[in-house]
Design a binder for this molecule. Structure first.
Ligand SMILES: Nc1nc2c(ncn2[C@@H]2O[C@H](COP(=O)(O)OP(=O)(O)OP(=O)(O)O)[C@@H](O)[C@H]2O)c(=O)[nH]1
Ligand SMILES: [Mg+2]
Length: 296
């Protein structure tokens, strides 16, 4: 009988949680960028093999909430750690371990489930700097195991995944054997577009981006997709458009290429840019974009 269960990935923004989740399930289910707060909600990555079904729960990085979207993101971290079999605290080994991370481990002890620490990005960490950082985890109460990995280079990830299997407590399958996520293709398309905007834009713009899919239709052997990139200030619109529309055009090209891979089909993508002032505090906009509070 297979062992099954949920493992929540939590940690600071930018620690490498989504990259690790993608590496666990060997597919890109969660977008990745160097900008903090890339992930905005819980995203499940499902791995099924002959002896297990592991459901990894990606979460937003910890943040100080500044608006209704931030409240939603914090709540989704809290929801994600409820009723899981194990909490995997992801720490950026290159950045070093700080007190906030140790403090969070203490907080998760209250959940009464095993806590495993994944120190990631070891491909860019200097061993002589990493060792004293790891020393900080010695004696922290409640940690069952510590693993060092590089999710980007796929180093140590398989060993960690095998080690996590012992914490699974269920026996029922939660997903079909070939499922890799709980999210729809429509969600994946909107996230790919958001990822390309995050990669192209700097400063405060990434945090205020929303993506709405207006149309997603199969047309013969191709897909017709029409989407709106929402910005929260009028001054952001010309930046996302770029001079003579060059920026949005380049975002569109990169997004189309990734969506074609996802859908394994030709894609015609039309992108619009619209201003919705302060949408991150607007309940109906949050609802429209799918940022609605629900419990797992
Ligand atoms: N060199 C290296 N970079 C990594 C590794 N894992 C993640 N990164 C990079 O770190 C940045 C953040 O990665 P994400 O996976 O988006 O981090 P996250 O913890 O999900 O971030 P939020 O969703 O914003 O909380 C990206 O630029 C990744 O490419 C790794 O193992 N090695
Ligand atoms: Mg993420």
């Amino acid at each position: 009988m297979r062992k099954t269960g949920f493992i929540a990935l939590v940690g600071q923004a930018n620690a490498g949680k989504s990259t690790l989740l993608n590496s666990f399930v060997q597919q890109k289910v969660s977008i990745v960028s160097p900008k903090p707060q890339t992930t905005r909600e819980q995203i499940l990555g499902v791995w099924t093999d002959e002896d297990s079904q592991m459901i990894f729960v990606d979460t937003p990085g910890f943040l100080k909430s500044k608006n209704a979207l931030g409240d939603y993101m914090l709540k989704s971290i809290d929801n994600a750690v409820q009723d899981v079999d194990c909490i995997l605290v992801v720490i950026d080994g290159h950045d070093g371990i700080d007190e906030r991370e140790i403090g969070q481990i203490a907080k998760y002890r209250k959940q009464n489930v095993p806590i495993v620490v994944a120190v990631t990005k070891i491909d860019i960490s200097q061993p002589d700097k990493l060792m004293p950082e790891l020393g900080k985890l010695n004696g922290v109460e409640g940690i069952s195991e510590v693993y060092c990995v590089s999710a980007k280079r796929n180093k140590g990830v398989e060993e960690l995944k095998q080690a996590l299997k012992k914490y699974l407590t269920g026996t029922q399958l939660y997903f079909e054997e070939d499922d890799i996520t709980d999210k729809s293709q429509r969600f994946a398309v909107s996230e790919i577009i958001r990822e390309k905007v995050l990669l192209a834009c700097n400063n405060e713009i990434p945090h205020g981006i929303g993506v709405e899919i207006n149309k997603m239709q199969q047309n013969g052997s191709a897909w017709d997709i029409d989407a709106t990139v929402i910005v929260e200030k009028a001054s952001h619109k010309p930046i996302v458009l770029g001079k003579h529309g060059t920026m949005i055009k380049s975002i569109g090209v990169h997004a189309r290429q990734s969506i074609e891979k996802l859908l394994d089909s030709r894609v015609f993508l039309t992108l619009w840019v619209k201003v919705k002032e302060d949408w991150r505090n607007n309940p109906s906009m949050l609802n429209e974009l799918g940022y609605t509070n629900r419990t797992k």
